[in-house]
Design a protein around this ligand. Structure first.
Ligand code: NDP
Ligand SMILES: O=C(O)C1=N[C@H](C(=O)O)C[C@H](O)C1
Length: 260
């Protein structure tokens, strides 16, 4: 029996990822575009209101801002659905708490990267971090993005940082060095460092280096086109439709959750 298409609403539809998502959904026979919405009050250009889009959808896919995503999660939870796929990055703790609370009522997949390749790399990074003694091997994460990006380090860089911290059985926030400037002192063992570049139209470059006396191990991921983020978000939407309430990530979806 052919399944009816999953109805997808797109939040932030006029953004870089929103436009990619709308094209990808239109091109996918398993999906129907339930409605595209932008900021509240923004209509025309094929847009509907947020309320209309939510009412028509099985899943909302959201690439906007942390504040907009948290508000959307609260709203969907209040109504008992639809499910959510959140790709926004740069969250504060309070916004993460709002999303966690909403996930008690609806299913939410949230990831700093919907790239399948990147999520595979996260597993490799965790494995390397587990194998390489932090007293000898310094972990440093580098990311580069286009000039329009507003948050740093990127959501992906923070995922990679979590993977290093997870492999070392430490909490990232206790060892992360997100910025260096001035006389910083020598590098403490166990620190996880972040470096950031912004410019031009770079879609997304990430690398993790482990450096010891006399040798370096580097793994990296290079994004050439936003379409693969859209394809990953579609895979997440198909996976989360009709799923029990809870907060999920790409690794749950790929069957390799490392969560305690
Ligand atoms: N997880 C992943 O795989 C990926 C994540 N991202 C993340 O997704 C987010 C969006 O990225 P990108 O598309 O490049 O950014 P854009 O700025 O191009 O798009 C975001 C859009 O959201 C709109 N917006 C703001 N507030 C609301 C609201 N309350 N309701 C609906 N729409 C709203 C913005 O409108 P306005 O222009 O008027 O401000 C903007 O058009 C970022 O956090 C980015 O880091 C990006 C790529 C992949
Ligand atoms: O803002 C972007 O463009 C991207 N954001 C995500 C992030 O913060 O890691 C994913 C991707 O790198 C593109």
């Amino acid at each position: 029996m052919p399944q009816p298409p999953i109805r997808i609403a797109i939040s932030g539809a006029l953004g870089r990822m929103g436009r990619q998502m709308a094209d990808a959904v239109r091109a996918d026979a398993r999906l129907a575009l339930a409605g595209c919405f932008h900021r509240p009050g923004s209509v025309g250009d094929g847009l509907v209101s947020r309320d209309e889009a939510i009412a028509m959808a099985d899943v909302v896919v959201d690439f906007t801002t942390p504040a907009a995503s948290a508000e959307l999660a609260r709203l969907c939870a209040e109504r008992g659905g639809p499910a959510l796929v959140i790709g926004s990055t740069g969250f504060e703790a309070a916004e993460i708490a709002t999303i966690a609370d909403a996930a008690k009522a609806i299913a939410i997949v949230r990831s700093g990267s919907f790239s399948l390749g990147l999520n595979m790399l996260v597993g490799l990074v965790e494995q390397a971090a587990r194998a390489l003694d932090p007293d000898d091997w310094d972990a440093e994460i580098f990311e580069a993005h286009h000039r329009h990006k507003i948050d740093a380090p990127s959501g992906t860089a923070l995922m990679l940082g979590q993977a290093v911290a997870g492999g070392r059985d430490v909490r990232l926030d206790t060892v992360a060095r997100r910025v260096r400037d001035g006389v910083t002192g020598a590098r403490p063992a166990g620190e996880i460092g972040f470096a950031v570049a912004r410019g031009g139209s770079i879609v997304g470059e990430h690398s993790v280096s482990f450096r010891a006396e006399g040798e370096t191990v580097t793994v990296s991921h290079s994004a050439g086109d936003r379409i693969m983020f859209a394809r990953g978000a579609i895979a997440a939407a198909l996976w989360v439709a009709g799923r029990a309430p809870g907060e999920y990530d790409m690794r749950d979806m790929l069957g390799q959750s490392a969560r305690a």
